[in-house]
Design a protein around this ligand. Structure first.
Ligand SMILES: *[C@@H]1O[C@H](CO)[C@@H](O)[C@H](O)[C@H]1NC(C)=O
Ligand SMILES: *[C@@H]1O[C@H](CO)[C@@H](O)[C@H](O)[C@H]1NC(C)=O
Ligand SMILES: *[C@@H]1O[C@H](CO)[C@@H](O)[C@H](O)[C@H]1NC(C)=O
Length: 591
């Protein structure tokens, strides 16, 4: 058992009791230690030669071609076309036009020299109504066949997500989507089709990407499609059906395909890490654990331990009773279901972006049913953390190692793939010198390396994401890409940010061989971007000017569009020009 750093006369007794209870309740010495916070310094070393390096993207965010070649509508197509749901009423109708740019994007992957590419299949592109028995769209199948073949010809392993949020709209309308248990069968039929058509070549399957977000943002807050606010119930119901759907698909793979295709079926769970504000407060330690259990354990615990986390059952049960409900708002699995679900996962995909400090806070049950208040906690950020480029992604690398160790101890050291890790910037004018992303990747990948030294069974790392893309309710205002995409230009050109050069070096050396090398990469990467950056700014200004001319002839274009499409880049360019002039004046004075 760990270190009782402040174990003085009085607290000693408590410590002993705590140790005893932990030893009795859990797996003894292998238990995760909430109070151990080794944040260490940078660790120089490399990953094993079999370690997989990749980047990720998803269908709705990048493909565009939203109604082409027989594709059906998804809930995101419908959601984004309603006004007032997405930043500036933007849609992903064309987005990066990835559907038409397989060759171009292959070149980007080759430039990085990744070993795998994580992408998703759009369910309504291959089954327009979502119901396999009704119609299979061969043009959609053809697109993914070509994409998979192109990757494999170039020795890039495709890692494919079946559900990255774009449910066929028909299933939403006809049977209430994830709120209805019938979805399990539809999803299973779709997955089975994918195994049948692509499974000869695809060996890494991910059923769901970040189902937490699907549940909470789709059914609790309504910020995401389908946009329901079923506070305190909808998210639990959706999750219940997603877990069953995942398990069903895993069993289908085992029964029909595993022996022939020899692949793996996992899930990708995204979570923030929760660290207790006050490590000497038992209440804070418990609150931090609740935060992680309500976020990650909600999905991982059924799959690895056979049921929802005990703490969720207790808290939601108690609150439901206080709210006068006869039964808990958290659904229950029958014992048959529990054994069907437990172990139905070949690997655990871990997505992670940032960390929060957690403190205990009791919410009165009179506030009404609500996922967030069910947890009885408050999330904080450390004012000492560097100001993030985007309002929510604080760079806290050590939280990642803590999370990965938590995964190891809670779920019996499963096979792990890091499936999403990266950060975004809020930028309206071209900025290719993403120093912050280099710092972030360097720090976070280093913590993955440390976690491997701790014994976490990590097989690969996926940087999120290949290129800038449609960021859901944030539209195009958040940029996660290693490559910059100029969305205003109808050709959607891609430009490498400085982080491409850096990540490429990390991949090439499979880690961080020594100080000298790593510092050299860092310097070269930041130097490489400045010239391209200037060229791009000039290019964007020319496009903006062209847009102004077009606008004069098009009175229908709204004023708001003009502000983002033209004024912002023009002002950006003007700022650059003015600074250049000021700099010249300053230099003259000095002479
Ligand atoms: C988005 O649509 C809503 C509703 O039509 C409108 O009020 C709002 O001004 C639009 N926003 C922009 C940025 O165009
Ligand atoms: C790309 O990766 C492969 C496999 O790791 C390696 O053999 C090759 O040398 C790399 N190519 C470049 C250009 O770094
Ligand atoms: C659930 O789905 C089935 C099959 O699509 C449908 O017949 C039924 O009406 C749905 N129930 C609800 C409550 O939406």
């Amino acid at each position: 058992m760990g270190h009782c750093y402040h174990c003085r006369m009085v607290s000693c007794v408590l410590c002993v009791l705590l140790v005893l209870s932990i030893v009795l309740c859990a797996h003894g010495e292998d238990d995760f230690q909430w109070t151990q916070t080794d944040r260490g310094s940078f660790y120089y070393g490399t990953f094993p030669p079999t370690f997989m390096w990749g980047v990720g993207s998803s269908a709705y965010q990048t493909e565009g071609a939203w109604d082409s070649d027989g594709k059906g509508k998804s809930i995101w197509d419908v959601f984004t076309h309603k006004k007032g749901k997405v930043y500036m009423n933007q849609t992903a109708d064309s987005s990066c036009d990835g559907y038409y740019k397989v060759k171009d994007d292959l070149a980007l992957l080759k430039e990085l020299n990744v070993s795998h590419y994580r992408l998703s299949i759009s369910w309504p592109r291959i089954i327009p109504t979502g119901v396999r028995a009704e119609h299979v769209n061969e043009k959609g199948i053809q697109y993914y066949n070509d994409l998979i073949d192109t990757l494999l010809e170039n020795k890039i392993i495709p890692m494919i997500t079946l559900y990255h949020w774009d449910l066929p709209q028909n299933l939403q309308e006809k049977s209430n989507g994830w709120q209805n248990i019938s979805i399990v069968t539809y999803f299973n039929d779709y997955a089975n089709l994918c195994f049948e058509r692509f499974g000869d070549r695809v060996k890494h399957w991910i059923t769901f990407n970040n189902p937490w977000s699907v549940a909470v943002e789709g059914f609790e807050t309504g910020e995401h499609a389908p946009g329901f606010k079923l506070s305190g119930t909808g998210a639990y119901k959706a999750t219940h059906n997603m877990i069953k759907a995942h398990a069903r698909v895993w069993h289908t793979y085992s029964k029909n395909w595993r022996s022939k295709q020899k692949g793996m079926v996992g899930i990708s769970l995204t979570t923030e890490w929760g660290e207790p504000v006050d490590l000497s407060s038992q209440k804070d330690i418990e609150a931090a654990e609740r935060f992680v259990q309500f976020h990650f354990g909600w999905f991982a615990n059924p799959l690895y331990n056979g049921d929802y986390p005990q703490i969720m059952k207790e808290y939601i049960g108690q609150k439901s009773a206080q709210q006068g409900l006869g039964i808990s708002r958290l659904p229950t699995f029958t014992s048959q279901e529990k054994s069907y679900i437990k172990g139905a996962c070949d690997f655990l995909g871990v997505g992670h972006f940032t960390t929060r400090y957690i403190t205990n806070r009791n919410f009165p049950s009179t506030q009404g049913p609500n996922y967030f208040t069910d947890r009885d906690l408050r999330e904080l950020v450390d004012p000492k953390w560097p100001e993030p480029e985007s309002k929510w992604v604080y760079s806290v690398p050590w939280g990642f190692r803590r999370l990965l160790n938590f995964v190891k101890t809670q779920y019996g050291n499963p096979l792990v793939f890091v499936t999403e890790n990266g950060l975004s910037e809020k930028m309206h004018c071209a900025q290719l010198c993403d120093e912050w992303r280099i710092q972030y990747l360097k720090g976070y990948i280093n913590e993955v390396l440390k976690a491997m030294k701790d014994g976490v069974n990590i097989q690969g790392y996926t940087a999120w994401s290949l290129m800038d893309k449609f960021e859901w309710d944030e539209g195009f205002s958040e940029r996660f890409g290693l490559y910059y995409v100029e969305f205003r230009n109808k050709n959607k050109p891609r430009y490498p940010k400085a982080s491409v050069q850096f990540y490429k070096k990390v991949i090439g050396a499979s880690g961080f061989p020594n100080v000298r090398e790593v510092e050299k990469w860092h310097r070269l990467s930041t130097e490489s971007c400045s010239t391209t950056n200037q060229l791009l700014a000039a290019e964007e200004q020319r496009n903006a000017a062209a847009n102004i001319l077009r606008l004069i002839h098009d009175p229908l274009v709204s004023h708001m569009e003009m502000v983002t499409e033209i004024v912002v880049p023009t002002v950006c360019t003007l700022c650059i020009l003015i600074s250049a002039i000021l700099l010249m004046i300053l230099l003259r004075r000095q002479i």
